[in-house]
Design a protein around this ligand. Structure first.
Ligand code: ATP
Length: 201
């Protein structure tokens, strides 16, 4: 099988995330894609935030409900900051004969060579990066991959028309009571409303 792994804080998960994952499933011909909400250290979260890891996990389940997606609690269940290399090692043990594809946005690519044991990550999975905004110069990403990363493993830079939105923008909109329908799955929007999430902080 060809298995995608797509991690993030997903705080909250939005249509930009879904658009990226759907596009990668099609472009990379993935048999399945594992959505991996990250544990966020209690030291990093906003003290006023009422959003728990379980909330972020549940919102991912609502947004990624199709059969080709699996939302994994591998990272949040550990209750400590996870390193991608450890997550991929665990997945490789679970799927020894399958091909793993790690999906990231371009903002992550340009600092990838500072990730913990990034060389080992590239031995465990093919890194697949897409531009996050239309202005991202693909050539710059290509050059970076070529000069810094490809000596250690396979890196794909894929053309992509992103939906320009971020969780930061949505947290701000939700706090201000602005309409977020264009950017949130209806079930996620309902979940946020029912649980009074993102109304302060
Ligand atoms: P925040 O605004 O809180 O930093 P975010 O919107 O960037 O959050 P994350 O959960 O941090 O979302 O992102 C997870 C992954 O998805 C990262 O690899 C990021 O580059 C990518 N990503 C996030 N938003 C988009 C988008 N609109 N289009 C393409 N990739 C995205």
């Amino acid at each position: 099988m060809r298995i995608g792994i797509y991690g993030g804080s997903f705080n909250p998960v939005h249509r930009g995330h879904k658009h990226l994952a759907d596009t990668m499933c099609a472009k990379l011909n993935l048999d399945k894609c594992i959505i991996m909400p990250a544990f966020v250290s209690p030291f990093k979260t906003d003290k006023k935030s009422s959003v728990t890891a379980q909330d972020r996990f549940r919102m991912c389940e609502l947004a990624f409900s199709e059969a080709n997606y699996e939302v994994s609690d591998l990272e949040i269940a550990k209750n400590e900051t996870s390193y991608t290399v450890n997550t991929l090692t665990a997945l490789k043990e679970r799927y020894p004969d399958d091909e793993l594809f790690l999906i990231i946005g371009s903002d992550m690519l340009l600092s990838f060579n500072r990730w913990y044991r990034w060389q080992d990550i590239l031995k465990l999975a093919t890194l697949c990066a897409v531009s996050r905004c239309d202005e991202d110069p693909l050539q710059e990403l290509e050059d970076f991959a070529e000069s810094h990363l490809r000596k250690e493993g396979e890196v794909l830079i894929l053309p992509f028309s992103p939906l320009v939105v971020s969780s930061t923008l949505l947290r701000e909109k939700l706090k201000n009571g602005e309409d977020t329908s264009a950017f949130l799955h209806p079930a996620v929007k309902d979940y946020i409303q029912q649980n009074n999430l993102y109304i302060e902080g």
